[in-house]
Design a protein around this ligand. Structure first.
Ligand code: PEP
Ligand code: MG
Length: 538
């Protein structure tokens, strides 16, 4: 039995088997081989295995999603047989007496470079597919059981790092917990784990030898116990039961009004990242969706999601919420949430870089597609739309103009759409300082304390070395929140908070005394916050 400490990103106890996830190594070793024919044969066998997997994925996608979506796997299987690709791999094996892994990786890198330089956007986006295929082949050749998306049983995923894109592609029904070495409490992977209610840890020195071993994730103390002994297991089973009972107790708050002692009603909403999260929001009595991080829909895809795909996703959420408010945030791509098909460039400061509304106002084609889907979904219920990373009045005016255009287009085309409240996220100090001006232009503000804290304190929210400086309780942040609420109210806006700070019950009383109207948190935190609201003076 071994103990490893880390930081808990979601409380709770989990007991299960570890699946170690290793990414493709950056440097694939080049090994000199004697038998080129045998090496080519090894490459052919790996291709056969990859092909079978793609065919199985095609059938699964056709059953569970649609025939059209399943086609991509058919294309992957076909690409494996592409003559140019095969000739290049075999040529490198023969001419350089190199191992198959190396030959595949070199061929892949050359093709990716070729595709990414093409003028046609469609072909540029295909570079991601080529990379995927080559990574899979290399993993098969290296005998790595790391097709992370193929989980056969519920597992604890241990990895050095997991990007939000990798996390959203995991089969949620087979996930018990995420344990990673990198990452901070406010990274988007951590937020995703919290949204999915997975007791999880960051800052654990993970080890690939844990693969297949039994373990306990203690998301209360922040500990991982690998190969626990019987006594420890029994203790933890008892603790898990206690945890379950206290959560059951909180369930008694379901259906009770969300009002303070003095009778002020607070809108208590849920933060979600996917259509699937709506069930948890409803189970935990969310009065609405305060933040739908729509960018996760983009991260699940290998190409821009279409208007129709987005419309279906938003409609499902809106219909499930049945008249309750659903606030859809337009895509906040960039920083740690990168989708390859946006062709992101290397940036020195990506959190302060080309992201969110800056991309939207640049790529109005992609922005308008999303807005059309949102306004169409608004015909089915109570929808609001909000915009991330705003820093100026000019941006807000431009956004509003585009929203008007989108509605006009839909009207002229005779497509059904609905009205939607317009709000902005207040997550930059600039937006705080001009919130009096911005309040005249929008219906509501939603304070994004995760980014607001990092920008106010000049502390990178993804740098675990700076954890002790990342303090959302800092007086500077609290004063900003107060300013935004005061300016918002003076300008006729309602004001909410959707950053992680909203779930910090030690501040609930304070936020309410400042006049907050809405609090939006991960589904698993809703009832705790409801308890704190009902106990607050108000
Ligand atoms: C925030 O910055 O507080 C926020 C809610 O947005 P995100 O965490 O997705 O950046
Ligand atoms: Mg943010």
């Amino acid at each position: 039995m071994e103990f490893f400490s880390g930081k808990s990103i979601c409380e709770g106890i989990v007991i299960g088997k570890i699946r170690y996830y290793s990414k493709r190594r950056n440097n694939i070793e080049r090994v000199l081989i004697d038998d080129c024919a045998a090496e080519s044969e090894r490459f052919s066998k790996a291709k056969e295995i990859a092909k079978k997997r793609y065919i199985a994925l095609r059938d699964k996608a056709a059953r569970e999603i649609s025939e059209a979506k399943a086609m991509i796997f058919e294309v992957y299987a076909m690409l494996l047989e592409d003559a140019g690709f095969n000739d290049s791999v075999v040529d490198i094996i023969n001419s350089e007496k190199a191992n198959a892994e190396y030959a595949v990786a070199v061929t892949g890198d050359r093709l990716v470079a070729k595709f990414s330089q093409m003028d046609d956007e469609y072909f540029r986006a295909r570079s991601v597919d080529v990379k995927d295929i080559c990574d899979s082949l290399v993993r098969i050749l290296m005998n790595e059981s790391t097709d992370i998306e193929e989980l056969n049983e519920p597992v604890i995923i241990a990895a050095e790092d997991l990007t939000p894109a990798e996390t959203v592609q995991l089969d949620k029904s087979k996930l018990l917990s995420l344990v990673t070495e990198c990452g901070t409490l406010n990274s988007h992977t951590a937020i995703l784990a919290r949204t999915m209610n997975l007791p999880s840890l960051v800052g654990v020195s993970v080890d690939e030898r844990w693969d297949g071993k039994f373990a306990i994730v203690d998301g209360i103390k922040g500990q991982l116990i690998v190969e626990p002994d019987e006594e420890t297991l029994a203790n933890y089973r008892a603790l898990a039961e206690k945890d379950r009972l206290s959560k059951e107790l909180l369930m008694q708050l379901k259906g009770k009004p969300c009002v303070t002692q003095s009778g002020k009603e607070i809108m208590l909403y849920a933060n979600i990242g996917s259509v699937d999260d709506v069930d948890a929001a409803l189970e935990n009595d969310a009065a609405g969706i305060g933040l739908f991080r729509s960018e996760f829909l983009y991260l699940e895809k290998s190409d821009y999601p279409t208007e129709e795909e987005q419309y279906e996703a938003y409609k499902k959420v809106v219909q499930a919420m049945d008249g309750r408010k659903v606030i859809i945030r337009t895509f906040d791509i960039g920083a740690d949430k990168q989708a390859d098909y946006f062709n992101p460039e290397q940036e020195d400061n990506p959190a302060m870089g080309y992201r969110a509304i800056r991309i939207c106002l640049d790529r109005t084609d992609v922005f308008k597609t999303q807005l059309r889907a949102i306004y169409r979904a608004a015909a089915h219920g109570n929808v609001a739309v909000m915009f991330p990373m705003v820093i100026s009045l000019e941006e807000v005016l431009e956004i509003k103009k585009i929203c008007e255009q989108v509605m006009d287009d839909l009207k002229n085309e005779g497509v059904e759409y609905g009205e939607a409240e317009i709000g902005i996220m207040i997550e930059t100090p600039a937006a705080v300082m001009i919130s009096d001006i911005l309040a005249d232009e929008v219906d509501f503000f939603s304070i994004g304390t995760n980014d607001l804290t990092q920008f106010t304190l000049a502390v990178d929210r993804y740098n675990s070395k700076l954890d002790k400086y990342y303090n959302p309780h800092h007086e500077a942040v609290l004063r900003m929140i107060r300013t935004v609420i005061d300016n918002g109210h003076a300008g006729g806006c309602w004001v909410g908070i959707c950053g992680e700070l909203g779930a910090d019950t030690s501040l609930t009383d304070k936020l309410i005394s400042m006049g907050i109207d809405e609090i939006s948190v991960s589904p698993s935190n809703i009832l705790q916050v409801k308890k704190a609201i009902r106990e607050a003076e108000g």
